[in-house]
Design a protein around this ligand. Sequence first.
Ligand code: FAD
Ligand code: SF4
Length: 553
Amino acid sequence: MSVRPFLRCVDEVIGKEPLSRHKKALFVFHDQLNLDAFPAWVREEKPLLMFVESRAKGMELPHHAVKAVYILSAMRHAALEWHAQGFPVRYHSTTGHFDDGVRELLEESSDTEIVWMEPSEWDSRERFRRLREELESPEGDGVSSEGTNPSSRHVHVIPNGFFFADPAEWKDQIRPGFRMEHFYRAMRKHTGYLMDGAEPMGGEWNYDKENRKKIPARLPIPPRTQFEPDAITLEVAKMVQAYFPDSFGYEHLFGGELRSFPFGVTREQALEHLDEFLEQRLDLFGPYEDALKSGEDILFHSVLSVYLNNGLLHPREVCEKALERFDGGHARLESVEGFVRQILGWREFIRIYYEAMMPHIRSANHFGFERGLPALYWTGQTDMHCLKESVRPVLEMAYSHHIQRLMILSNFSNLTETDPRELNRWFHLAYADAYEWVELPNVLGMSTFADGGVLASKPYVSGGNYINKMSDYCRSCTYDVKQKTGEGACPFNVLYWNFVDRQRETYNQSGRVNFMVSMFDKKPEEEQQAIREEAERFISELRRLAPCARADE
Ligand code: FAD
Ligand code: SF4
């Protein structure tokens, strides 16, 4: 048996199972690693499971090294696990895309029926739509699934089973004014989660107003388990080192010995992290959901998005286990409601938005910003403590929590008039949980208002006051958050008012925040002038001192 470079651990166990021995082959995408999300016949019939590692997909962006290792290691572990459960498995590696890999494999057998589950991402869906046409065309490899041509290749596409909602039922509703809350209430009724008959448990649909607390200085924050990388993860790491030396975060992952890895790579490890969260952090998830603290990258967040997004955990099991904690009296209502809302509400809503808005949303840029992404997003080097604290975990583990993403990293990008599509690219490659269907709506819809207000009702921007209210960051910063203008003033302050002034048209159209423009106009003329001048100087200086080399690669 030949062992391919960097695939020894897989090849030695699985070998090279020929397609021609199998009547039916199921291609499993890298983000569909859970056979429970597939129809029951898959577990009963045990078709050949086909996996493809695609070099071309990996090279579309200089994805974070942690992300690359995580995705590939999890896929290899799933293949080995299912092989051990008695599934025939074929593990293939191609320099092309996933569909090229499938074409290469299908050359081995002209009559194997091919099955796949509808992929979540637009480009893969397009590629596989074309592949299906090709396989079913009379001139191609075969014809329609009706079998009118004797040389037909039967193609079967299973609906995506990794979500609660069917976008086809909802996507026509996506328009300005249709908010996540409408969808979420309907989903609560549909699932019966946290319902008391027809009414929401506790009388409220949403307990956000009881959340939003700052972390008390002495509150102990539970540690999160790190897993030691096994031989498979180490082999993948060597491959990423060899094939993707331009990956973001490369130096951080490979700078020393790889003794621990931030994410589990098996279903068992994902379940261990889920249980740890439910037992140790869920109860305080709600109150401290919006908080920020120096040196604490996780706080009471779950860090489960990586597992939800590649299928190791299913959103239904995660929500239902959280509900069990509430039923058992181990977690308060406002925390469980808040957590379920993130998954049943936001995560599902975001996916429907993606389906409704693709592909034109990719070029959205409501404010017309054209400046490059500041270099600090690549290096973490800045004297603004809040930014340094928010980029650091991204460099180290391809993760930062929601408020760092929204209120620090996106906020600063908006205030410095950065092209939202550049920010979008960065989020896509920098985070281990980033897949276009979930990342793009969060960046171009929620955080940057690039869609002009379809997803969010107002731009997510703030001055230093908000950051100071929710964090301890400002205490360790060289800038003074209380100072509004002048030498040493917190840059968020002038940048915020400059943004309100320059984007007054958008603000004036929004009933929720148009009073901010009036507040700016009431400021003394000299202060208004100082804000405009200092913001302009800061924004130009930011790029002059630190050119955005990587963004242009
Ligand atoms: P927790 O705070 O523990 O929340 C629980 C779960 O709720 C998450 O695991 C996630 O699955 C879900 N969730 C919460 N908020 C959202 C949301 N807005 N959209 C979708 N799901 C949500 N999430 C991603 O999964 N991938 C991304 O690439 C991504 N990019 C983002 C970019 C920006 C600019 C912003 C503001 C948010 C982004 N999010 C993304 C949403 C959210 O920040 C992450 O899901 C969350 O931080 C993941 O960490 P966690 O698992 O600890 O989440
Ligand atoms: Fe950030 Fe301003 Fe606070 Fe410094 S003072 S941490 S720049 S908000």
